[in-house]
Design a protein around this ligand. Sequence first.
Ligand code: 4NP
Length: 171
Amino acid sequence: MPELPPPRDQRRSYRIATVCLGNICRSPMAEVVLSAALEDAGLDDRVEVDSSGTGGWHTGEPMDDRAAETLGAHGYDPSRHRAQQFDTSWFDEYDLILTMDHANDRDVRALAPSDGDAQRVQMFRAYDPEASASDDEVPDPWYGGQDGFERVLAMVERTTKALVDALDARV
Ligand code: 4NP
């Protein structure tokens, strides 16, 4: 498992951004699941989560219906999400930026103002105990069916558990 980047400012909450392409499927699912897990662990006063997409096509829109249905069926509230686009200013605000796939990772790193900022970018599934070198992405479910969203949720829940344990030990 990777090291969590140190907080930028000890006086405020540790800030995490999850980032995908459209910010209507994967990264908002990860944001909602991680937020709920932080609340359950009593860490929500010390860790904040937001999400964005490297593309801006869906800015201002709610979550994809299939993503929202999948979350709702598993007891999460998808209703508050509105899509945002990632830009270089996010590097001023976030301690840890978690990307869903290699394209997202490349696109986010290309916007990093410095090497130090780029070191705050990690693949989300770097925290997944079941990930491997050839299976380290959260695959884009946009073009597939409902089952792809269920697979994304299972990956996100498993990864979130390990991430919250790492955060609990650190913040
Ligand atoms: P996401 O999925 O990156 O998980 O939010 C996608 C959503 C929209 C598009 C692609 C991927 N799109 O091309 O509009």
